[in-house]
Design a protein around this ligand. Sequence first.
Ligand SMILES: [Zn+2]
Length: 451
Amino acid sequence: MAAQNGIWRPEIETMDRGDLDALSEERIRYTVRYAEEHSRFYRHWFASHGVRASDIRTHEDLLELPILSGRTIRASQPPETAEFGFLSAPLEEIFTIHETSGTTGVPKAFFLMWEDWGRYAEKYARAFASQGLGHGDRLVVCTSYGMNVGGNTMTLAARRLRMTIIPTGKCTFPIRVITSYRPTAIVGSVFKLLRLADRLEAEGIDPRESGLLRLIVGGEAFAEEARAHLVERYGCPVYNTYGSTEGTMCGECREQNGLHVPEDLVHLDLYDPDLREFVPDGRQGRIVLSHLLPVGERSGMVLLNYDSEDVTTIVSRERCACGRTHLRIRPPGRESDIVQIGHAHLDRIEIERGVFAPENLAELNGEYEAFLYAEGDRGAVLRIGLECRHSPACDREGISERILHTLLSNNRALASAYASGEFRVVFSFTGPGGLELHQIKGRPKRLVDRR
Ligand SMILES: [Zn+2]
């Protein structure tokens, strides 16, 4: 069998559900005890909530513990406190220190030991293997190598799989990287990969003839229509991954029916919007995660019951056609990508679905941004900005109609707000590079509530 049918760690990844749950609960007990013994924050937190680490035995017991958020981390680090409360190993045992870019306030600090890196790399190695990557592949990593763990995690994972890495750290690399080194795969965001396809074509290279065998999209949720478009442009499969400095690293296998969660290393619960109860499988919920340490291992910073502010749905806990038993989730979306309009909710992805409809992309370059403004007492107006491929020659009316139709036909509550006049949509068009988001550094927010 070639690398056990592409399964990196078969004894763990194909473990029977009962054994997997038992392993997970053993690690919950160990990790909770480790957190209490090694971190000032957890010691205090358990004591102040009248919880003894030994009371937490199963994942249901995690319901007894309050939920942590990014705010909790910020409140437990300088300048709020003298020490880093979450630090769970002596500072001299820490290998790297990271910060996550918060949109507001001081960034959250993350401390990683070499053992943490090992587990991060393990998770990515499994995902890469499940997507068919392995020895002989050359992977361009467009993900950044900065204070974010992404690029480095993938590089360490590649070493395990004996792959070659081309660490560009961004997708604006010269086209010769493709023509000279003939990479077989690229990791990047949908929009970076789109722009790269445009650049390849501008230099007379058909992305389908570029030698790329697969693309891996990470870092943000995207519409299935966007994936279909990339598949069409590059003529190869496009896989989804979900990762963060907080330690979630889930990857879609070749079956493309949900992202496998590495259940032996991270425990994931889905909560209702009030963060009180678990939601049943099949219902959308908020991802609350807990790290799982193998018994005897250490960590620079443990997260227990941590609110990721991302939402997803469990696809299945049954064995996948790929042979893996680890549960599968839908591509997670960001809570901050969802706005409320009256009784309706609108997710950024719903706008993206319309933009990436094939007939629209014949004339649009895929870039979009949307701003929501208040109108009158209760009303709202959504302004969607789009870039025409060859401005100003764009069928503006046709594109507007189709996007509006996609939006309203898939969202009944929004359609009723539209029918009653409480919700309007206005479209504007510009040439390539004309949207506001190009002025912003970092990853742009494409749906902004300006009410
Ligand atoms: Zn699978």
